[in-house]
Design a protein around this ligand. Structure first.
Ligand code: NAD
Length: 548
């Protein structure tokens, strides 16, 4: 099978000199196999790419298949630059994607550099080959809905209506997360093909022909006391105001269109997808203005729902920032999900940890699930999630699992899995990684670090330290990313992957990488003054130097 067929490789045959290189190669194949537009190397989030162009991609594959364990491949914005001699404890791959000097880090400059073939945006997990399909954000979205249920609905979302939009790579997790949380979720998506894709891959149940049918399906589910997910083809900037006009007030409202990108992401109301695509070439400035106007209407509707009592939150797509630019001065009345629901978890180093079975054998995933269910029987949140996930989350690409684990627990799982690889309990090695949206790994003042207790929202030292620490801790791949498209100038983050190949060297790599990664996360939040972090520091002996 050739790479451009976007398949994944199974079994134990190595095309590289070792599993560290082979594992990373399989992860690169995997992000394309589950990507939104793999022919153009686009994985998710409108423009998040796995490599700069196909020549770069092929050269990366060639480097991975020939390099030795004591060599390191350098990747600059999706293009391989060289393979240098390092040592066997150094990363196999280091990358820096889309980092533009401060005063130049603007969307227009990004597009110019992108079009000149000088840069590409790696998203968070596209450029460093850590994306696992819609599952990557499903537990985060589920946890948000559960927190909202606890805070506002006596812990029960039965019969409650969630309204959202965007069924792309990440947004596609919303219908399943909403349903698992027990709600009825209506997802507005402008591209019918994306609705079909989410139905085909098991993330969405129904497609409604029009808004009337969508509301009828929601009423039927409510009457039956059943959770349900409904897709509706339409533009959110049309449908949200229309629901207001009809007097429908959803219980929860959010959005996950690619609103961060006014040219390649968001589709303005009044334009078909083809018209928007044509305007990207003929009049990008005009398209950008239309998107802003449309986002202003979209966010105004979200604010109006809020005024009527809906619980409204921003799900991490910069939509409030765009709306504010377009003149919606109170867009930031809508809270960001991190601050509103997840920060106490991040403060303890708990975040979107994940693993991928490199054998492509689903049984390996099941065996690791079994291990978790046995080992974490006193942890209701892990038990609940793994039980739900193994039953309901479909396998997309290579078998992978997301699980929000924290300091110590991540290391424990990885070492146990490495032992299972060594003892032949699993049929092949396993890659351990996490989302960049993790405690010490991201500075993003309008998403991850909004309203930090000490005002340190925009300090990017933390993700940079995080990446350097991962290199010092012998991770196999380390990446530093900054924002592209509309995210240019808004964020910096770090990614890390380590392969459990069963060796004793992997024991050390996993122990150091994962322990130090979450240690830094807890220290970052302690330094900002979060009490949960101090508890974790005491409990786990994290060597924080407290100069506060
Ligand atoms: P994507 O580009 O794959 O999908 C976006 C979807 O929105 C597309 O299907 C598109 O057709 C649809 N869309 C665009 N304009 C629309 C409109 N006006 N009305 C209805 N549908 C419209 O992007 P993605 O990977 O799903 O990510 C979506 C957003 O979420 C991005 O901004 C991304 O950065 C952000 N994100 C947040 C998190 C998080 O942790 N909260 C994680 C990943 C991504």
């Amino acid at each position: 099978m050739t790479m451009k067929e976007f398949g994944v490789t199974s079994g134990g045959n190595l095309r590289c000199r070792g599993w560290r290189q082979e594992g990373l190669l399989r992860l690169l194949e995997n992000v394309l196999s589950v990507g939104e537009d793999p022919a153009n190397l686009v994985v998710y989030a409108a423009l998040g790419k796995a490599a700069r162009d196909w020549r770069s991609h092929d050269a990366i594959v060639s480097a991975l298949t020939t390099m030795h364990d004591d060599e390191t491949l350098i990747v600059q914005s999706g293009k391989p630059i060289g393979v240098v001699k390092t040592h066997e404890r150094a990363p196999i791959v280091i990358m820096a994607n889309c980092n533009i000097v401060g005063q130049w880090a603007k969307a227009d400059e990004f597009y110019r550099l992108e079009q000149d073939g000088l840069i590409c945006w790696g998203g968070l997990t596209a450029g460093d080959w850590q994306y696992i399909g819609s599952q990557g954000v499903i537990q985060g979205t589920y946890e948000i809905f559960r927190r909202i249920a606890e805070q506002h609905f006596n812990g029960d979302l039965t019969g409650r209506l969630i309204l959202t939009s965007g069924l792309g790579g990440m947004g596609g997790a919303q219908p399943l997360a909403g349903r698992l949380a027990g709600a009825i979720i209506l997802c507005v998506e402008v591209d019918e093909a994306r609705i079909r894709r989410r139905i085909e891959n098991g993330y969405l149940q129904h497609q409604a022909a029009d808004l009337d049918e969508a509301l009828r399906l929601a009423d039927q589910a409510r009457a039956a006391g059943e959770a349900s997910s409904i897709g509706l083809c339409g533009n959110a900037a049309d449908i949200f105001p229309e629901l207001l006009r009809r007097g429908v007030t959803p219980d929860i409202v959010t959005d996950q269109t690619s609103a961060h990108d006014l040219i390649y992401g968001y589709i303005p109301r009044g334009l078909s997808i083809d018209e928007a695509r044509a305007m990207r070439q003929s009049d990008p400035g005009g398209l950008s203005k239309l998107s802003l106007t449309s986002i202003a209407q979209h966010v105004q509707a979200m604010l109006d729902f809020r005024a009527k009592g809906s619980i409204v939150f921003d799900n991490g797509n910069l939509i409030r920032t765009q709306a504010q630019t377009a003149g919606v001065t109170n867009a930031f009345d809508i809270p960001i999900f991190t601050e509103a629901y997840l920060r106490p978890l991040f403060a303890r180093g708990i975040g979107p940890f994940r693993w991928i079975a490199l054998s492509n054998d689903k049984n390996d995933l099941i065996r690791i699930d079994d291990y978790l269910l046995k080992t974490f029987s006193d942890n209701p949140s892990v038990m609940n999630w793994i039980t739900l996930a193994r039953q309901h989350v479909p396998v997309e690409g290579m078998p992978a699992r997301i699980a929000w684990l924290g300091h110590g627990d991540r290391t424990k799982v990885a070492l146990a899995v490495n032992r299972m690889v060594r003892e032949g309990v699993l049929s092949g090695p396993v890659a351990f990684t996490r989302d960049h949206l993790d405690a010490g790994a991201m500075a993003h003042p309008n998403i991850m670090t909004e309203n930090m207790k000490d005002g340190s929202d925009a300090i990017a030292d933390w993700p940079l330290l995080n990446a350097m620490l991962a290199c010092s801790s012998q991770a196999d791949l380390v990446a530093i990313h900054s924002g592209g498209g509309g995210y240019a100038g808004y964020m910096t983050s770090a990614g890390v992957t380590t392969i459990a190949d069963g060796s004793s060297e992997a024991d050390e790599r996993l122990r150091l990488t994962l322990t130090n990664d979450t240690s830094l996360g807890v220290m970052r939040y302690a330094d900002a003054g979060y009490p949960e972090s101090f508890n974790e520091i005491q409990k786990s002996n994290i060597p924080y130097i407290n100069l506060r």
